[in-house]
Design a protein around this ligand. Sequence first.
Ligand code: TXA
Ligand code: MG
Length: 322
Amino acid sequence: MEQQLDQTETIQPPTDAVMARAVALLRAGEPVGLPTETVYGLAADACNDKAVARIFEIKGRPHFNPLIAHCADIETVRSLVDLPALAVALAEAFWPGPLTLVLKRRADCPVSLLASAGLETLAVRVPAHPVAHALLKAFGGALAAPSANPSGRISPTTARDVTDALSLDLVIDGGPCTVGLESTILSVDGDKAILLRAGGVPLEDIEDVLGSKIGRAEDTDPITAPGQLRSHYAPEATLRLNALDKRPGEVLLGFGAPCDGETPELNLSEQASLQEAAANLFRMLRNLDDTGAKRIAVAPVPEIGLGRAINDRLRRAAAPRP
Ligand code: TXA
Ligand code: MG
């Protein structure tokens, strides 16, 4: 029998029939849950204002927070934004992969201005996940895709995380995300690059390509980092960071060898691997949150490599809620 498509289930494997249905939904302006190597995205046609507006509506996201345009290749990126030599060098080093570049929109950029939230720049990324790549190729254009979580909540790293929080027609199942943290975001203006968000590509690797140290945008700078809300990625429980012990009423999220006598409920990485910790971070926060504990104590994570991105997410999750 021909592949029968069961449309009653939201989560579907990436068969040819499912990919074709995803393209049809996207062309009709509907959003689709999409696996990427970083986190699952809520993808919609980036050039369709109404489709982009649907994303904001579904996420309950403040409208000033712009979106990333995902492309199959650098040629597509080139049709959207100006690519200075520095951006090309970074693209060659890290694409496809977990790096997002914020660049000046071309005058003829077809992407919805709503996706740029009125800025003259557009965030672009070429994801490495084979399913994301295949869908982008089949769709033949840019897909705007924020992380597929309600605004302010933990990013999804499995298809089930997406359907637990959002109601969608289709989420393509590409397995658990291998990176587990959002992309690193750099703003590139001429020969100047600034870090807007630590993420899946470690800062040190970027500095190796640049041959110099990289500047950071202040969290509070409303123009360069409009979406970097201080409280973000928040679980229901409150967080206590750099915890060396477990206090009454707390559950402990460990990293590396447990501190004396304390057995963590979960451990980001017993071997103290930052890569493993990044991949586990959001899932473990979710699992500890689901225990109903009021407070999650988190062991110290070193501020190097992917540890910067992990600590950035933890600080936001721990920040006072608006
Ligand atoms: O790994 C990722 O980047 C995931 C996957 C799905 O690709 N996407 C993701 O998107 O994390 P989102 O929307 O959750 O986060 C994108 C961040 C936001 O904080 C937003 O403010 C920032 O990128 N951003 C987007 N466009 C920008 C722009 N033109 N200028 C400055 N920041 C921008
Ligand atoms: Mg997000």
